[in-house]
Design a protein around this ligand. Structure first.
Ligand code: AP5
Length: 216
């Protein structure tokens, strides 16, 4: 079977990270989440982290040039061999164009592009209740999926992200509409739209059906 190269597009709180956890477990792919990589770089105070911090804090997009350099570093031969899932990348037409070029140079192409379709109001209530394990980054929700100790190495401490206030989520939704929605036409018929208002298990089933149905 050829490796899977998946892409998840969708606004903050649409459930990309939640579904990524499930899909990685089912299909054994590498997770390439630009948001997770940026937050890790900010925590470790690397050069990338220092350059990205003010944008992430404000809910604005980090400049394309930084993101494209980061993606070039992540596309290593072992990840290409194993298959990967882009979660939260690309987010602008420029990132989409650059990704197309990079994949062409590598002789591979995306196998599935999913768009998580959801309203602003729904994302606000989801983000307000989101909690994250400080040790393994696992995602919870105080009502839908209450935090619990996830693994032997996890301390049981859960945090809220600093960009998860209602004001910033509204801003991130506007940024998504302005800068990321043009990618929906860019991918056109290759894009599979998912009703992100279903339960996590229902969405996982839809994703698996789409992936299994077209796996070569
Ligand atoms: P990033 O980390 O990518 O955040 P995001 O895209 O804003 O998405 P979120 O992680 O907030 O939400 P999600 O869709 O993963 O939802 P989740 O599954 O957690 O980016 C952060 C920042 O980094 C950006 O603002 C930007 O500054 C920068 N950045 C990142 N990538 C960039 C790029 N390519 N270019 C430039 N800048 C970039 O779910 C949310 C909650 O809902 C959870 O509590 C979950 O338990 C719950 N939930 C999930 N699914 C369901 C369901 N079906 N039903 C009920 N509850 C659910």
């Amino acid at each position: 079977m050829s490796p899977l190269y998946l892409l998840f597009l969708g606004p903050a709180g649409s459930g990309k990270g939640t579904q990524a956890e499930k899909i990685l477990e089912t299909f054994g792919l590498c997770h390439l989440s630009t948001g997770d990589i940026l937050r890790g770089a900010i925590r470790k105070e690397t050069l990338l982290g220092k350059k990205a911090e003010s944008y992430v804090e404000a809910g604005d997009l980090v400049p394309d040039s930084l993101i494209i350099d980061l993606i070039k570093e992540t596309l290593t031969p072992d990840r290409i061999e194993k298959g990967f899932l882009f979660d939260g990348f690309p987010r602008t037409l420029e990132q989409g164009e650059k990704l197309k070029e990079l994949l062409l140079d590598l002789g591979i192409s995306l196998t599935h592009i999913f768009y998580f379709d959801i309203s602003l109001e729904k994302t606000i209530s989801r983000i307000a209740g989101r909690r994250i394990c400080v040790d393994c980054n696992k995602i919870y929700h105080i009502d839908y999926n209450p935090p619990k100790t996830c693994g032997e190495d996890c301390s049981g401490n859960f945090i809220q992200r600093s960009d998860d206030t209602e004001e910033k989520v509204r801003h991130r939704y506007d940024v998504f509409e302005e800068q990321t929605v043009p990618l929906l036409s860019f991918y056109g018929e290759d894009l599979l739209s998912i009703d992100a208002d279903l339960t996590p298990d229902e969405i996982h089933r839809e994703l698996c059906l789409a992936i299994e149905g077209t796996k070569v």
